[in-house]
Design a protein around this ligand. Structure first.
Ligand code: CIR
Length: 257
């Protein structure tokens, strides 16, 4: 799977008003913007052309663009975010997607899907049911994916402390390889996959992204970084502190396609 493009949106002036359960204090906006610039540079260093949208003060969580759409194998599915304060983000990003996709599928009420619950692993997709993505949304998304020959597995990700989205706890590392946190390690949904279990205390690092052969991961998690490097994958560590404060992971800062 080769990516050629990404869409991002820097954090808005209202970023500190975003949803959070992290309890890590308010974000430092200038530092968040600097971390975001480094993130864009990392995507560019992986060969992607990055569309940087203007910050959108109407939506404090709008930097987490991944939650607004699922882009897979030429398919574009507009999400229906589970948090009411984020609903308008989908219409806000649609014109940017329209530059690259001529038609869209969409998650319809009463379904909800946040893109952060969707983990593409080659030609298979794991769909998390969470506080944000409900079973109906997962069912609709699975049907859309099937139209492109993509099989999917629904994973109940509810009840895992500190886990907002499925991808807060798992990442695809290429071929049949997944990184995941301990609560997911023994789950039957991942039987037959090669599993790298994230070291205890480094759970935040599980939200890594494989981009054209390199793994973008959060800086400051040496055990996980060493384990990924040992798989023969080059790593690109990135400062994520100001996004972690808003429950955001590395993947959620971009739509990649
Ligand atoms: C939210 O609670 O919706 C945002 N503060 C964080 C969203 C993070 N998105 C993601 O991990 N895909």
């Amino acid at each position: 799977m080769t990516f050629t493009r990404a869409i991002v949106r820097p954090p808005a002036a209202t970023y500190a008003e975003g949803l959070t359960t992290a309890g890590l204090g308010p974000p430092d906006l200038p530092l968040a913007l600097a971390q975001h610039r480094a993130y864009v540079a990392a995507l560019e260093s992986c060969g992607l052309h990055v569309t940087v949208l203007p910050p959108d003060d109407r939506f404090p969580d709008s930097t987490f663009v991944e939650d607004t759409a699922v882009l897979a194998h030429g398919l574009a599915v507009l999400c229906r975010p589970g948090a009411p304060s984020r609903a308008g983000e989908v219409e806000a990003i649609r014109p940017a997607l329209g530059a690259f996709f001529s038609s869209f599928a969409a998650i319809e009420s009463p379904g909800t899907v946040d893109g952060g619950d969707v983990c593409e692993a080659g030609d298979h997709v794991f769909i998390g049911v969470s506080e944000r993505t409900n079973e109906e949304g997962a069912r609709q998304l699975a049907a859309h994916l099937e139209t492109r020959g993509l099989g999917s597995t629904v994973v109940d990700a509810r009840g895992i402390p500190g886990l907002l989205h499925l991808k807060s706890g798992i990442a695809w590392l290429g071929a049949r390889s997944l990184a995941l946190t301990k609560p997911f390690a023994g789950r039957p949904e991942f039987a037959g996959w090669e599993l790298l279990v994230v070291p205890p205390g480094e759970e935040y690092a599980a939200n890594a992204v494989l981009v054209n052969g390199r793994v973008l991961l959060a800086a400051g998690y040496p055990g996980f970084e060493a384990a990924v490097t040992a798989l023969g994958l080059p790593v690109v560590p990135l400062g994520m502190s100001e996004f972690r404060k808003l429950d955001g992971g590395l993947s959620c800062l971009s739509l990649r396609f």
